[in-house]
Write a protein that binds this ligand. Structure first.
Ligand SMILES: NC(=O)c1ccc[n+]([C@@H]2O[C@H](COP(=O)([O-])OP(=O)(O)OC[C@H]3O[C@@H](n4cnc5c(N)ncnc54)[C@H](OP(=O)(O)O)[C@@H]3O)[C@@H](O)[C@H]2O)c1
Length: 348
C-alpha cells in the first residue's frame, strides 16, 4: 500500500482521481489539497464520496505533499513547476497532469503558456507519459508529464500508421470534439449551460496549446521519417459533459486495403490493456468510453481512395487525464498496469 497525495483535489481531474483511487487496492490517498476548501471534508464538497472518502482538504504545502510516496498534480499550468524541485529532492514520484513538463522545448512552452518556466531542469528530467509509447521510460521515471486529453486521442489514433511509415507525415488533420469538462471547473460564460447546450462550435483554430504537444509526440512516433510532422488541429466544443471524439485524416503513401490497415492496428495494440481496436465497419462513440480508461479506435478507407480516416474516442477525464495518470502511477510503482482501472464505460 502506498500513500498518495493529490494537489488540486476540487477540480474535475482531482475529483476523478479521488473517485478512481477509492477503488485502487494498493493506494491510500492521505493528502488532498484545496486553497479554497481547506478544512472542509472532501465528502461534504463532493457527496458522491460520502462513506468512501474520509479525508479533509488541506492547504497545498510542498513540504507536506513531499511526504507522500506518490503525488498527482491536478492544477492549472504554471503551478506544479514551482514546487517540483522540493518534491523531487524528497524522493516523491510525481505525475503532473498539467502542461508544465510536457514540452521539451522550453522557449516554445514559454511562448504558448505566456510565462517564464521556473524549473527547466525538471523538463529535461521528465518523461512524457503516454504508456503505449514510453512504457519503459515511465518505469524508471521520477517525474512524468501526463499527456493532454486531445493529444492522447490524436497520438493513439495516428500511432500505427506513423510508426510503420504508411502515411504522409506533413499532411495530417485532426478534427476533435470535447465535452465541456475539458475546460475544468472554473466559471466562464462561454462554458455555461445556455451557451453550450444544443450548440456546437470550433475554437482555437488559429492555434491551440495542444498542437505543439501533439506534434512533438507524433514526431517522436515517426522517428524514422525524414519529413516533418505537420498537423492541422481543429478542436470543437461538444454539448456533452465528458468525452472526446477525434476524427483523423491522413494520405496513404501506398495502396493498403482496409483489411490490412485494421490488421496493422490490431497487431500494434494487441498487448495494450487500454487501447481497443474495433472490427472493420465499426466506429466508436462517446457512450463506448465514458467513465472508462479505454481509447477505442475505428478505421475506415472511404471509397477505397488514398485517404485513411481514423476515429479515436476517449473520456477526457479518464484516459485523457486521471485514469491515464493512474495507469502511469501503476507503471512507476511496479503494480499491474490495469489495477483500479478495469472499468467498463457508462451508458447511456
Ligand atoms: N479537464 C480535463 O479534461 C483535463 C484533461 C487533461 C489534463 N487536464 C489538465 O489537468 C489540470 C487540472 O485540470 P482540471 O480540469 O481538473 O482543472 P480545474 O477543474 O480548474 O481544477 C484546478 C484545481 O487546482 C487547484 N488550484 C488552482 N490553482 C492552484 C494553485 N495556484 N495552487 C494549488 N492549487 C491550485 C484548484 O483548487 P483551489 O483553487 O481550491 O486550490 C482545483 O482543485 C490542468 O492543468 C488541465 O490542463 C485537464
Amino acid at each position: 500500500m502506498i500513500q498518495v497525495g493529490i494537489v488540486g483535489a476540487t477540480g474535475y481531474t482531482g475529483l476523478e482521481l479521488l473517485r478512481l483511487l477509492s477503488n485502487h487496492p494498493e493506494v491510500e490517498v492521505v493528502y488532498a489539497t484545496s486553497r479554497t476548501e481547506a478544512g472542509r471534508k472532501v465528502a461534504d464538497f463532493f457527496p458522491g464520496l460520502r462513506g468512501i472518502c474520509h479525508l479533509t482538504y488541506s492547504e497545498p504545502k510542498a513540504a507536506e505533499v513531499a511526504k507522500c510516496e506518490s503525488v498527482f498534480y491536478a492544477t492549472p499550468h504554471a503551478v506544479a513547476m514551482h514546487s517540483m524541485k522540493e518534491l523531487l529532492d524528497h524522493g516523491a514520484k510525481v505525475i503532473d497532469l498539467s502542461a508544465d513538463f510536457r514540452l521539451k522545448d522550453v522557449p516554445l512552452w514559454e511562448k504558448w503558456y505566456g510565462c517564464e518556466h521556473v524549473f527547466p531542469e525538471g523538463v529535461e528530467q521528465s518523461v512524457y507519459g503516454l504508456p503505449e509509447v514510453n512504457r519503459k521510460k515511465i518505469q524508471t521515471a521520477q517525474l512524468v508529464a501526463a499527456p493532454g486529453c486531445y493529444p492522447t486521442s490524436i497520438q493513439l489514433g495516428f500511432l500505427p500508421l506513423l510508426e510503420s511509415g504508411l502515411i504522409e507525415p506533413s499532411d495530417l488533420i485532426a478534427n476533435s470534439a470535447s465535452g465541456v469538462s475539458g475546460a475544468g471547473r472554473k466559471g466562464d460564460v462561454s462554458l455555461s449551460f445556455a451557451e453550450c447546450n444544443e450548440n456546437f462550435k470550433a475554437y482555437g483554430v488559429s492555434g491551440h496549446r495542444h498542437l505543439p504537444e501533439t506534434e512533438q509526440g507524433l514526431q517522436a512516433i515517426a522517428s524514422g521519417e525524414s519529413e516533418e510532422i505537420n498537423l492541422t488541429f481543429v478542436p470543437h466544443l461538444l454539448p456533452a459533459t465528458r468525452g472526446i471524439v477525434s476524427t483523423l485524416y491522413a494520405t496513404l503513401k501506398g495502396n493498403q486495403t482496409l483489411d490490412e490497415l485494421v490488421n496493422l492496428y490490431d497487431e500494434r495494440f494487441s498487448n495494450e490493456p487500454f487501447v481497443d481496436v474495433l472490427s472493420k465497419g465499426q466506429l466508436p462513440s462517446l457512450q463506448n468510453v465514458r467513465g472508462s480508461n479505454f481509447c477505442r479506435i475505428g478505421i475506415e478507407k472511404p471509397l477505397d481512395r488514398n485517404k485513411v480516416v481514423v476515429v479515436s474516442a476517449i473520456d477526457n477525464l479518464v484516459k485523457g487525464a486521471s485514469g491515464q495518470a493512474i495507469q502511469i502511477m501503476n507503471i512507476m510503482c511496479g503494480f499491474n498496469e490495469s489495477k483500479g482501472l478495469h472499468l467498463p464505460s457508462v451508458a447511456p
